[in-house]
Ligand binder design. Structure first.
Ligand code: TXA
Ligand code: MG
Length: 328
């Protein structure tokens, strides 16, 4: 990191260097047939945290995990007959499935933003496929742009948008589709379209029968952004923010130097005060502290800068989950 973004040609050496960079926990922007993705090892919480940091997103959205094929996907998610039919027709290609994570799934919790589901896609671009094959594992990749900007379809867009925040850009020319992939939710009996893309609603219905259009709110309904549609994981016990002290029977989640003393159940998101490390630990630690032996989780203040904004956003939702009605 530091110097200018490293744009590399997509030959054998370039792909090998990119795969090695992913293996060492780094970020690589790479072309897909839809848009350029900002990739990291999807099993590595810390690497995935770097994606959110580079994009400067104020919240954690679940990311699409890229795989080579149906077999690689079925190790990560629960793929049913509908997924098999869709994959036979459209993979590799611009279609992502949201499916339940397998219980033994080795993916980062951060990649799912703490959800029990994951979005999976086998991209068609030859360079993306070369990279996945050489890397030999799942690659998490949102579009390779800063939050709020349009998705990049050229190497130059990636460099303009992310600058030195991306270590390496694999140059594959212009993206053929130029629009993000279609996203379909296969978690319940009724399949739901979450995002429009090159694979159309009609194409999906031809194979599956009726597919609910969940891309726009129905009249009078609250907006169903993907983040709301996805039933976000919230601890079962209450979460108390900005705690200055710890009450009896509370578990403690801290950050940086702590003045709380020693507790039976206390986890520090990052003793060194590193927000990337804190983001990487967040969902795993929340789950660890969410046990019936505690009445609540007390959370120490976390700086509201950089990745801290996304961490605080997520913690606020967890705290609010107990005052809202639970109707997903
Ligand atoms: O074409 C694409 O899909 C590009 C290229 C790089 O593959 N990737 C992309 O990723 O657009 P991203 O992170 O920008 O968009 C992911 C979309 C978001 O709308 C997100 O909410 C939804 O997929 N998504 C991902 N995981 C989900 C989940 N577990 N539940 C519901 N929605 C999910
Ligand atoms: Mg995007």
């Amino acid at each position: 990191m530091g110097g200018p973004a490293n744009i590399i040609r997509g030959g054998h050496d370039g792909v090998t260097a990119a795969a090695e960079h992913l293996q060492s926990g780094g970020l690589v922007a790479f072309p897909t047939e839809t848009v350029y993705g900002l990739g990291a090892d999807a099993r590595d919480n810390q690497a995935v945290a770097r994606i959110f940091e580079a994009k400067n997103r104020p919240s954690f959205n679940p990311l699409i995990v890229h795989v080579l094929d149906f077999n690689a996907a079925s190790v990560l998610g629960v793929l049913d007959e509908r997924a098999r039919r869709l994959a036979n027709a459209f993979w590799p290609g611009p279609l992502s499935f949201v499916v339940p994570r397998r219980p033994d799934c080795e993916l980062s919790l951060l990649v799912s933003a703490g959800l029990d589901t994951v979005a999976l896609r086998a991209p068609a671009h030859p360079l993306a496929r070369d990279l996945l094959a050489r890397f030999g594992g799942p690659v998490a990749a949102p579009s390779a742009n800063t939050a709020g900007e349009v998705s990049p379809t050229h190497t130059a867009h990636v460099a303009q948008s992310l600058g030195t925040k991306v270590d390496m850009i694999l140059d594959g020319g212009a993206c053929a589709v130029g629009l993000e992939s279609t996203v379909i939710d296969l978690c319940s009996d009724q399949p739901a379209l979450l995002r429009h893309g090159a694979i159309t609603h009609e194409q999906l219905e031809e194979l599956l029968g009726p597919v609910e259009d969940a891309t726009r709110p129905a009249d009078g309904e609250a907006p169903r952004s993907p983040g709301q549609l996805a039933r976000h994981y919230a601890p079962r016990i209450p979460v108390r923010l900005n705690a200055q002290d710890v009450e009896p029977n509370e578990a403690l989640l801290t950050f940086g130097e702590t003045t709380f003393g020693e507790f039976d159940t206390s986890l520090n998101l990052s003793p060194n005060g590193d927000l990337t490390e804190a983001a990487a630990n967040l969902f795993a630690f929340l789950r660890q502290l969410d046990t019936a032996t505690h009445h609540a989780i007390a959370v120490a203040p976390i700086p509201d800068t950089g990745l801290g904004r996304a961490i605080n956003d997520r913690l606020r939702r967890a705290a609010e989950a107990h005052t809202d009605t639970h109707n997903g």
